[in-house]
Design a protein around this ligand. Structure first.
Ligand code: SF4
Ligand code: SF4
Length: 334
């Protein structure tokens, strides 16, 4: 038997979690947009829109300090930031295309180096996913092998039901633990699910696309698509699966901090060498890397794709580059 939860109890659950000292993140109105933000009360939760930025910031903040240093006449003191200080977190109302990216990122952040900042946040976060009943023209999760009701990556999964409220399915032990400790909010029940969203682009032959990419590192397509790419990086910053970062020391002679900040392979200086040589010195080469990394390099390395079809890069691109259209074009090639 599934559980259910009313809309009012979702908000009361958030208030309870906050009272317990947990950090709660969820969609919240922020000016003209919705963002995944820390909630200070249940009433702030706003599940109407897909948040403008992805939920990856729950584990991989835009910028974070990893150590600080100070120098005085006694010498230099370096202080590591302790990842253990990261608070227990509940991410609530995250969409399937966001949540599915989290396990994909686990692979790279626990590969040759264990990124304790990312991994500690993952360990300490319980994810309550939410099915989508609306899609827009940019959504294509179905073509990426997911769906608007895909619970992959969630610990608990909410499905809107007729008459209001949600069916709540337990996906992991973490989710079970949250339900068990807050049982009063989750009575037994099923409910009739509302019709799910129906993205327009439903199918791509991802194997075929990979096969084409594997043998078309050099191809006129890259010039055709990406000559106009402005290299703004918006696509990477909004993407739930893009994960490049830079580490920079900021400060002066006497004190400062080492920070880890998002980076993007679309930026002109991303691959600039200290010698001044840049192996990707024009924009089409950078856009090619974006596509190759997502649909062939990461597949070869980890058996996963760096795209969940959330459509954010399509909505935001200032020059109208549409990754779903690029994939469709490759899909049609012989
Ligand atoms: S590449 Fe674009 S559509 Fe795919 S997950 Fe990233 S932002 Fe979403
Ligand atoms: S958002 Fe568009 S213009 Fe900006 S880097 Fe991405 S593809 Fe290029």
């Amino acid at each position: 038997m599934s559980k259910t939860i009313t809309e009012q109890n979702v908000r009361l659950l958030i208030d309870t979690l906050l009272t317990e000292g947990k950090r709660v993140l969820g969609p919240k109105a922020a000016g003209t947009m919705t963002l995944y933000e820390p909630l200070s009360e249940g009433g702030e939760l706003d599940l109407g829109e897909l948040p403008r930025r992805s939920a990856k910031e729950a584990f991989f903040p835009l910028c974070e300090t990893i150590l600080t240093y100070e120098r005085d006449k006694e010498g230099v003191r370096v202080t590591d930031v302790d990842p253990q200080a990261i608070p227990e977190t509940v991410l609530i109302g995250a969409r399937p295309c966001d949540v599915a990216a989290a396990p994909v990122l686990d692979s790279v952040f626990s590969w040759d180096y264990q990124d304790e900042f990312f991994l500690e946040r993952r360990r300490k976060t319980t994810i309550i996913g939410l099915a989508c009943t609306r899609a827009d023209d940019a959504c294509f999760c179905t073509a990426m092998g997911l769906s608007p009701s895909d619970a992959k990556g969630s610990d608990l999964f909410l499905t809107p039901i007729n008459g209001g409220g949600y069916r709540c399915d337990v996906v992991t032990d973490k989710g079970e633990a949250l339900i068990t400790t807050h049982a009063a909010f989750f009575p037994d029940g099923n409910g009739e699910p509302l019709p799910m969203a129906e993205p327009t682009l439903v199918k791509l032959d991802l194997e075929k696309i990979k096969g084409w990419l594997d043998v078309h590192f050099e191809d006129p397509l890259w010039e055709e698509i990406a000559e106009r790419c402005a290299g703004c990086g918006a696509c990477a910053f909004l993407c739930p699966a893009c994960h490049c970062f830079d580490i920079v020391d900021e400060g002066g002679d006497t004190k400062g901090a080492r920070r880890k900040s998002w980076d993007a392979c679309g930026f002109g200086k991303f691959t600039n060498h200290a010698s001044g040589h840049n192996p990707r010195d024009v924009q089409p080469q950078r856009y090619r890397n974006r596509i190759m990394h997502k649909f062939t390099y990461y597949v070869d390395k980890f058996g996963q794709r760096l795209c969940t079809g959330c459509g954010r890069c399509i909505r935001a691109c200032p020059v109208g580059i549409d990754i779903a259209a690029v994939l469709e074009e490759i899909n049609l090639k012989k």
